[in-house]
Design a protein around this ligand. Sequence first.
Ligand code: GTR
Length: 327
Amino acid sequence: MLNRRNFSALAGVAFAVLLATSAQAQNVTLRSTDIHPDGYPTIEAVKYMGQLLEQRSNGRIKINVFHSAQLGQEKDTIEQTRFGVIDMNRINMAPFNNLIPATNVPSLPFIFRSVEHMRKVMDGPIGDNLLKEFEKHELIGLAFYDSGSRSFYNSKRPIKSPADMKGLKIRVQQSDMFVSLVSALGANATPMNFGEVYSGLQTGVIDGAENNWPSYESTKHYEVAKFYSQTEHSLSPEVLVMSKKSFDKFPAADQALIKAAAKESVAKMRELWDAREKASEAKVKAGGAQINTVEKQPFIEAMKPVYDKFVTDAKLKDMVAAIQAVK
Ligand code: GTR
């Protein structure tokens, strides 16, 4: 029978358990997803974050990085991360464009003048505000990673001016903004999962796609689409997000550990990224890719309809102006 004495003893035990669980999460392994193969800079950066977290939590918190789209293609993993089925997601900004309007801005064509400009913006208050936007969508924005610059490549011909894009079938990420970007150049945009692009190029379902050096190389797309034209039209960054459901299970002190480790992995990522970009460029050249540079001005001018369509309200206009004002 539950009398007053054993009730208070029980309550005491319950409180102690509560205290223990609320003060420190015990042995949690977070599942993190990425579509890239093992060894890619994004993968290694999240592993590095996991090492920091493991050390600082005395082994209580770990990260298991599932690479090569083992947990699904990017668009599908967004929902799973929001529901807490996946704890963490390293993903490009573009698949968020339709869900979170502000994410369109750093993906916009030619919004950044250089990699340095992009890093300064994403590291500063504009980046911090954008990370907070994810919270309205059951996600915690942890950090931004680099993604270099995206350029067009295809199996038909070198692209030297917008006219060369006419009629080409170009794969894009699942983002209306990217569809509009490609359409503004007179090509036909086909949104498609990253993992389907190689066979799409091989079978002629698409003529080309657009991406940075490391992705063009790691996917071997250069084998089936050898003309890589350096339009460098988007620097759409990568983002590392966590499920709010998973994050909320941690006490505040552990949440701070997670956020700090994520931020600290950015410098590591950039170091790996810079080296990988050079290595990938050399590898695709050796593998037969035909590279050409382009005069960017006509491409920049062709992008006005994209800005008109996606930079619609005062908030987004202010964000574009604020980015342009960063020196
Ligand atoms: C890569 C990016 C991936 C993915 C991919 C794509 O550069 O790192 O997250 O967005 O491009 O084009 O689907």
